[in-house]
Design a protein around this ligand. Structure first.
Ligand code: SF4
Length: 495
């Protein structure tokens, strides 16, 4: 997708039971997951005291001569890492620096450190509760709410009982990796398991790690032990992981958008590699749209999230998949616009399309999603200028009709082209000959999970948590009555 839609974050945590430095694992665990957030990065290690490094932008490259300096700066056999894209709190420079994770929270003489992926829905309620004890508390970002709550509850009990209270009282998505003040690694997931988080060990089983995605393990040559269950708390020990199921009975609701866009194709979600699921998405196009498919001369994909689906589409139909679009490998940042007329050249800063392959052809363009539609319009215009006869869009993620409350920056109905128009109208607006979305049923089947195990909120209007459902309905009603949305209503209330 070229719209630069953002995931909330990626987390990584490690504890070594032979007292070796974990910084190299944290570093590579985050480098492997930088696609989950590139506004800021942070490391926190512990060797009796906490040591931290925080910075904006991508996880930096470390030159050979700098390695010892980094190891000295971040010593210790336990640590956390985090990459972030902001979905809560301010986005100005100062706020970004301030809210970079992992964070350490203090309460009296207690401390806790966490790295968090997700988004809290009942934010005002939690803020109110914290302010009963700290009247001057100023909300900056969601991670602060979880850590404050953990500490506040921790004074009355142990870690498991405070995590359990958090799971019961906080609504939303939270996959958390943390460290106690004694340097013990723990991790837990909200009762629906909306964001991924897995555990694994080194081959000698003396280093335990937790990672948002399995690629964080692969890059370190660690073995995957298990995906943390919704409502489960995991702690690391010299004998491996201790698992405690703290909350039962809620339906699992893994974010379906992870499969289509966020997760790396070589990560595993459920029992499948994401790239295999995406290939199936591509095959579904042929089954769901036989008539348009019969008119297609060539398939191209919007790299890289469209590649695997384009391959699946090609494999089943034998229509040539023309690798005519290539991403500029080292351009990861937002393609900023200086002049209005440059709007149409921003696409060139990210991908290069080889024009002679398109001339006179009916082109199927495989992409993962359409959110606002602006970039899609630019792409279609460009393909036509390059000589494409027909442009059919095949979109793997079904039409997005509502906002996300769980950590993806789609916060209003107004910004979503799919909430206002049907596929025929969208095709007209973006200038395509057809917009063919994969069906919700096709997507669900391809994941290997059941409808009841996925969050499909933004594509069905049925959200897995009660407050999100209520807010979505309220926001929809206001939107349909002409109210100008400025954000999710609970956030505009805070700000
Ligand atoms: S609402 Fe959509 S993007 Fe948000 S968690 Fe659910 S499926 Fe994912």
């Amino acid at each position: 997708m070229l719209e630069q839609l953002k995931e909330a974050c990626g987390v990584f945590g490690a504890q070594d039971f032979k007292n070796r430095s974990v910084f190299p694992y944290l570093y590579w665990g985050l480098r492997g997951q930088n696609h989950r957030g590139h506004q800021s990065h942070g490391f926190l290690t512990y060797d009796g005291t906490f040591h931290s490094h925080k910075g904006l932008d991508l996880v930096p490259k470390i030159r050979k001569e700098e390695i010892q300096e980094w190891l000295k700066k971040l010593p210790g056999p336990v640590g956390l890492g985090h990459v972030r894209y902001t979905t809560s709190g301010g986005t100005d420079y100062q706020s970004l620096v301030k809210s970079t994770q992992p964070i350490i929270e203090k309460y009296g003489d207690q401390k806790i450190a966490i790295a968090f992926n997700g988004n809290i829905v009942n934010t005002p309620e939690i803020i109110k509760e914290i302010r009963e004890e700290y009247p001057n508390f100023r909300f900056n970002y969601d991670a602060e709410l979880i850590s404050r709550k953990l500490l506040r509850l921790g004074k009355k009990g142990n870690l498991a009982s405070s995590v359990k209270r958090c799971m019961k009282e906080i609504e939303g998505a939270f996959s958390v990796a943390g460290m106690t003040e004694k340097g013990e690694l723990f991790a837990f997931k909200d009762p629906r398991g909306i964001r991924p988080l897995c555990c694994g060990c080194s081959r000698d089983r003396k280093t335990c790690v937790v990672s948002s995605e399995t690629v964080g393990l692969d890059i370190n040559d660690f073995q995957l032990d298990f995906e943390i269950n919704p409502g489960e708390l995991v702690t690391a020990s010299k004998d491996g992981f201790n698992r405690e199921q703290l909350v039962n009975g809620e339906k699992r609701a893994l974010c379906a958008f992870e499969f289509a866009y966020f997760a790396r194709p070589d990560s595993k979600l459920g029992d499948k590699y994401v790239y295999e699921v995406r290939e199936e998405f591509g095959r579904n196009f042929a089954w769901e749209y036989p008539e348009t498919t019969s008119k297609v001369d060539i398939i191209i994909s919007m790299p890289e999230t469209g590649n695997d689906s384009a391959f699946g589409f090609h494999e089943l139909t034998r229509i040539r998949w023309e690798r005519a679009s290539r991403r500029h490998r080292y351009v990861a940042e937002r393609a900023f616009i200086l002049l209005p007329e440059e709007r149409y050249s921003t696409i060139d800063r990210k991908i290069n399309i080889v024009d002679h392959k398109l001339v006179g052809k009916n082109v199927a363009v495989v992409d993962d999603s359409i959110v606002r539609g602006d970039t899609t319009k630019v792409v279609v215009k460009k393909l036509r200028e390059m000589g494409a006869k027909k442009v059919y869009l095949f979109i793997t993620f079904p039409r997005i009709i509502g906002p996300c409350f769980y950590g993806v920056d789609m916060s209003t109905y107004r910004e979503l082209i799919g909430s206002r128009y049907d596929p025929e109208e969208i095709a007209e607006i973006v200038g395509a000959d057809a917009v063919n979305y994969q069906s919700v049923e096709g997507l669900v089947k391809a994941t290997g999970l059941s409808k009841d195990e996925l969050c499909l909120g933004c594509i069905t209007g049925k959200y897995p948590t009660p407050m999100a459902q209520r807010l979505a309905e309220e926001m929809k009603e206001r939107f349909e009555n002409g109210y100008k949305e400025k954000g999710r209503i609970y956030e505009t209330a805070i700000n």
